[in-house]
Design a protein around this ligand. Sequence first.
Ligand SMILES: Nc1ncnc2c1ncn2[C@@H]1O[C@H](COP(=O)(O)OP(=O)(O)OP(=O)(O)O)[C@@H](O)[C@H]1O
Length: 375
Amino acid sequence: MDTTKIIRALATVQDPNTGTDLITANMVLHLKVAAPDVTFTLQLPKLDNDYKQQLNFACQEAILDVYPEANVHVHMQNPGNPAPASAQGAATGGPQKPNPLPQIRNIIAIASGKGGVGKSTVAVNLALALQEIGGTVGLLDADVYGPSAPTMLGLVGQKPTVEKVYGKPKIKPLYAYGMPVMSTGFVVEPEQAVVLRGPRLSGIIKQFLEECIWPPLDYLIIDLPPGTGDVQLSLVQTVSVTGAVLVTTPQEVALSDAIKAMNMFFLPDVQVPVLGVVENMSWFTPRELPDNKYYLFGKDGGKILAKKSNSMLLGQIPLIQGIREGGDSGKPAFLDKEDTVTREAWLKVAKNVARQTALRNEMMSATPVVQVKNT
Ligand SMILES: Nc1ncnc2c1ncn2[C@@H]1O[C@H](COP(=O)(O)OP(=O)(O)OP(=O)(O)O)[C@@H](O)[C@H]1O
């Protein structure tokens, strides 16, 4: 029995409440396939017998369609009894520190080789699109040298507050469009950030991860600085990163830098799986000619990077005036309900990220937290 086929079958079952499929909605947990038994838990947003029964039958039917001999065992999980973090389970190699973020199921790093390719734009719009398809999402803007989340989400000038939790001071994230957000831009001025080096930078990233009041989340999206450096290192040394999404533009120059960024995740010590690639600024479509595509930066960069990283092209985002305007105005383009082309492009990326994350969690154990070596 092939686990991928079973996941695909479950991806055909829709949550009757939202119309989103069970895999995209992140509702299937602990899938175990030991022929002829297929066992998994459905995490349900509500407790309602009809609803439970409907989903149970739909799952049985979808799996029996592919494997008529299967014994399907569906466990239902109550809303008040959240699942253990799927990406935070048993890690391989060496004793592990206690997980600082047990309430977060998936930590997804958004990375690029060079600046300006639209990494922050992807992080923000992807976070909002994941929220729209039913995920509970938070955003950590760790791009210390050029934090964009405050501007992109209309939070400029606001400061997070500090609250005592069991006697310890903790930072309360700000909220934008229903999403908890922390940004280095809330606490460090960009001119201060450029002089920050290793240990100070690590301290800030660790603090944002360990000393912030993050609510239970399906996804924490982390916008990394471009390239490879101290922030990337302190991230993988602090938490188990579920996967990375690589952002590139189609042209060759962006691609060669993106390959360097990709290689960092594949280092033997790091081993963060690449969930896929988002190609940004794939083509230009003028507002007045919505059906025309002009390939200003060439073609195929995303496809090539997906192949090199052994992952998939999660989606292509066109170069659209509304995306830049949305970034500058504090209302990201994804929220513009009239711009269906842009919305569809972001939704496709979000659905693919959700599916790839679910597949990754079923196929692989949690990413080990990189141990700090004492030299
Ligand atoms: N698809 C797009 N269409 C139009 N403008 C875009 C698109 N993607 C990004 N931009 C714009 O390009 C500029 C750079 O984007 P962004 O800040 O997201 O890049 P970045 O890779 O995060 O850069 P850095 O890491 O240097 O901060 C922004 O003004 C943004 O609004």
